[in-house]
Design a protein around this ligand. Sequence first.
Ligand SMILES: [Fe+2]
Ligand SMILES: [Fe+2]
Length: 364
Amino acid sequence: MPEEKKVSEFLAYIVAALSNCALYSDKHPAVEEFSRKALAILEGLFVDDVLNLTVLAESIIFNDTPLSDISMHTYTFIKKLRVKGIDRLVIKKGVSLEELHSFIKTLASREEAVSSSPNIAIGVLEVRFKAEGDASAIMEESIARVKEVYDGVSRFRRLDVHGLEDVVVRFITALKREASMLSNLNPVREHSLYTYVHEANVSVLTIFQAEALGLSGELLHDAGLAGLLHDVGKLFIPKEIIEKQAELDESEWNIIKLHPVYGALYLSKMQDVPELAVVAAYEHHMKYNGMGYPQSKRRLTSHHLISQLVAISDFFDALRTQRAYRPSFGLSAIIGFLREGSGTDFNPVLVDNFLLSLKRIKAV
Ligand SMILES: [Fe+2]
Ligand SMILES: [Fe+2]
């Protein structure tokens, strides 16, 4: 069997084991069975006693050779690694079934971080970011990354989702380490940076809310990505309207109101964008009572939970920013507005979750 095919098969067994962990439990016999099959193929893949797997953008490189055919299971494997912040894997000859099995179990787990074992070394993405630790530095760097990706957006070009996935992983890790990340949400200093800063802030706020609700793993990751991409449709609205330094008239508003549709349409064509991000881009201006836009015949909480979280983050962040026609609001005023809108504009359970979590970290 050619080398590349063997790697693909190895990954297919790993993904089958991962799926069984998710479907049943990591103790299910199928998990061990697939781990065993993966190990059998692995034996033939070592070069100088190691197998090197590096995740690069949307591809995977094994021992210096890029995998040319990215199948569904390879994509799933890449995504699993990304969600855990892993971009490199070195497996050494001599790896035992127990080691591989336990690597698969932690990779499948929503909570546990994957750590290196004697024969499986993990490379973590952290090193790709220059800034270490400091929350405001993380924000600065992430905003630059969002700008870079957004600058590349056009109807005819693919979106560099992976550039944004790194940002999300970074936000999740930073929020876990220090809740003060939230007080480091950037105020917008330069008007031209508004969109990127806003997308980054909404992402952090959405992860914060989602985590407080108990979301974790891939779902939490996708919620962060949904926050980062919620307003991507604004890139297809004329700049004069987006950047207008005065209140918009009705016809301009009607154009702005198309951004959820443009965003969802654009994202739906991108292969690697999770569906959740497409849905949130479409629904983030829908209100809890069925009003808002795009207009929908559905009523009350029938739109996605993540869209409802993004709506709260969006509202919160937008009010913090000064506009030509209104001042920026302080935290207590914004909380007052959120309470006022609870039950009509916003899901009351989610407003309570947000406000209680802010209290818990002593942000209010
Ligand atoms: Fe929006
Ligand atoms: Fe927004």
